[in-house]
Design a protein around this ligand. Structure first.
Ligand SMILES: Cc1cc2nc3c(=O)[nH]c(=O)nc-3n(C[C@H](O)[C@H](O)[C@H](O)COP(=O)(O)OP(=O)(O)OC[C@H]3O[C@@H](n4cnc5c(N)ncnc54)[C@H](O)[C@@H]3O)c2cc1C
Length: 481
């Protein structure tokens, strides 16, 4: 096998996936890794570029392309090709605390910037990462690390999503005592109760929490900051406090009474589904035989689509206000810019398989909701013009027994910001000074609560850079990169 010209000799081969009709029968993950030889061949496609865009996170026209964590991708692809799997793992873990999450759920900003991607066949960085970390667990290399020296400093982290866990990981490695406060009954944030099980099996979250606990991180669950514990109590007991509470306030729909029975916010629905799945009990919110409308054709809407299909819905339609993107890059959107093209994700593919059509209706919104005895029975939808205003005469009635609102998030809830006296930006996120994660006094913030609704990889990066700032404030210097 040759790596010098691997990019010319070998074609891109993605990890096989279980066919849609088969995977719809369960909530299990459906990617099946390539065998080891095929994997090394995929690593051989990496050109080890002198200027590796994949690890650069450059912002072009307001969108980032390349890995925000600056993962050392060419280095670990090289080690993977050579069969030095433990080295590959060490280089991967140098920048990414939790590759088992990113290699499952990240939209792979790295691959969008890969130079092989100029002809739309980038190196399979995402799948290579999956192999390296899962092989690491399989080989027993992912052991709890012994923290040799403790500093005597205590840090409270509020929220256990990717940002909070990342901050906890790095600060704990530096020897500080970390207590993570979480209002839910389980740590993980949206990794646990947001992203569905078929995309990220919850045993993968538990496996990491177990490692962190063995390394000394303490999780205090069912405890809501601002209600069960005050900022003052935290300031009295800790040397630093990190807010990593996410952007949890869902955007409501103008003119829609969300108190009607049959209407739910997407994360409430997805969270309840995961709780029921793990408890092996009947669905609390069941889409079986129902006509489902999802407002929002993005990633969360797609997760709702995949979920209601698995529950056996009668129909599913996802309304998207934005116009349908082109299938191929436009000339005005060249590599390595983020490709603004139509993404057909797993849920949409499954809908095509089951019902013969993509569930999304573009440039469409709800103009009226119909109800009977307090339960939703149908909706009127309408097309939107380029000015995003409804086009008269395009109204249509759709029957609906279950309406899921996946219209995004609008920042930090009022109760938390007022009880913690958090300074807020105009976007209702926690205000810090530029890229700094410092809020005021002992208080820091990272992740979606600071950055706004984002991605797991950004949560990990925010947690890492926040940990560095906290560490510097406690020790006068930091070696967290
Ligand atoms: C349905 C869905 C699917 C997604 N899928 C993907 C995906 O496939 N890939 C991807 O990259 N990104 C995805 N995202 C985005 C990604 O999950 C988020 O950007 C990421 O989880 C943000 O991390 P975070 O740690 O900042 O916040 P969160 O993950 O939201 O975690 C915040 C945590 O803080 C806790 N909390 C909040 N307030 C308090 C309080 N007062 N006291 C104690 N605890 C509190 C919450 O319970 C939660 O556990 C998805 C988002 C959603 C909603």
């Amino acid at each position: 096998m040759d790596k010098n010209f691997g990019f010319l000799q070998y074609d891109r081969q993605d990890d096989p996936i279980v066919p849609a009709e088969e995977r719809l029968k369960s909530f299990q993950e459906f990617h099946r890794p390539l065998d080891v030889e095929a994997r090394r061949k995929q690593a051989a496609r990496c050109m080890h570029c002198g200027v590796p865009f994949c690890q650069s996170a450059i912002e072009l026209k307001g969108m980032v392309t390349g890995c925000p964590l600056h993962n050392l991708i060419p280095e670990w692809n090289e080690e993977l090709f050579l069969g030095n799997d433990q080295y590959a793992l060490i280089r991967l873990l140098k920048t990414n605390p939790f590759p088992e999450f990113t290699s499952r759920v990240c939209p792979a900003l790295c691959e969008k910037a890969c130079i092989n991607g100029i002809d739309s066949k980038p190196t399979t960085i995402h799948d290579n990462e999956f192999f390296i970390i899962e092989n690491g667990f399989k080989q027993g290399w992912m052991k709890p690390q012994d923290i040799k020296e403790r500093t005597g400093k205590k840090v409270a982290i509020i929220g256990s999503g990717p940002a909070g866990l990342s901050a906890a990981y790095f600060l704990n490695q530096r020897g500080h005592q970390i207590d993570v406060y979480e209002r839910e009954d389980h740590p993980g944030g949206l990794l646990m109760y947001g992203i569905p099980n078929m995309k990220l099996d919850k045993s993968v979250v538990d496996r990491r929490i177990d490692l962190l606990e063995k390394e000394g991180v303490r999780f205090i669950l069912n405890t809501e900051a601002g209600k069960d514990i005050s900022r003052q109590e935290l300031e009295d007991n800790y040397d630093a406090i990190v807010m990593a509470t996410g952007s949890t306030l869902p955007r409501s729909l103008a003119g829609v009474n969300d108190q009607l029975s049959g209407i739910y916010y997407a994360v409430d629905f997805l969270k309840q589904t995961t709780k029921d799945l793990l408890a092996k009990r009947p669905w609390s919110i069941d889409a079986k035989d129902k006509n489902v409308i999802i407002v929002g054709g993005g990633d969360t809407g797609n997760d709702c689509t995949g979920t209601v299909l698995r529950q056996g819905c009668n129909s599913v339609t996802a309304l998207e206000m934005m116009p349908k993107p082109p299938v191929e890059r436009l000339e005005s959107n060249p590599w390595p810019e983020w490709p603004k093209v139509l993404k057909v994700d797993y849920g949409q593919t499954e809908s095509i398989e089951r019902f013969g059509k993509d569930p999304r209706l573009f440039t469409t919104t709800i103009s009226e909701v119909y109800e009977e005895d307090g339960h939703i029975t149908g909706v009127q939808i309408v097309k939107l013009g380029s000015d995003r205003k409804p086009i008269e005469g395009t109204e249509e009635y759709l029957p609906c027994d279950l309406l899921l609102i996946a219209a995004g998030f609008i920042g930090v809830p009022n109760e938390l910001s007022s009880s913690f006296e958090l300074p807020l930006t105009g976007r209702n996120t926690i205000s810090t000074n530029g890229d700094s994660k410092h809020v005021d006094g002992k208080l820091f913030a990272c992740g979606d609560c600071r950055r706004g609704q984002s991605l797991v990889v950004w949560g990990l990066m925010e947690g890492r850079t926040c940990a560095r700032e906290v560490d510097e404030s406690l020790m006068g210097y930091s070696n967290i990169e």
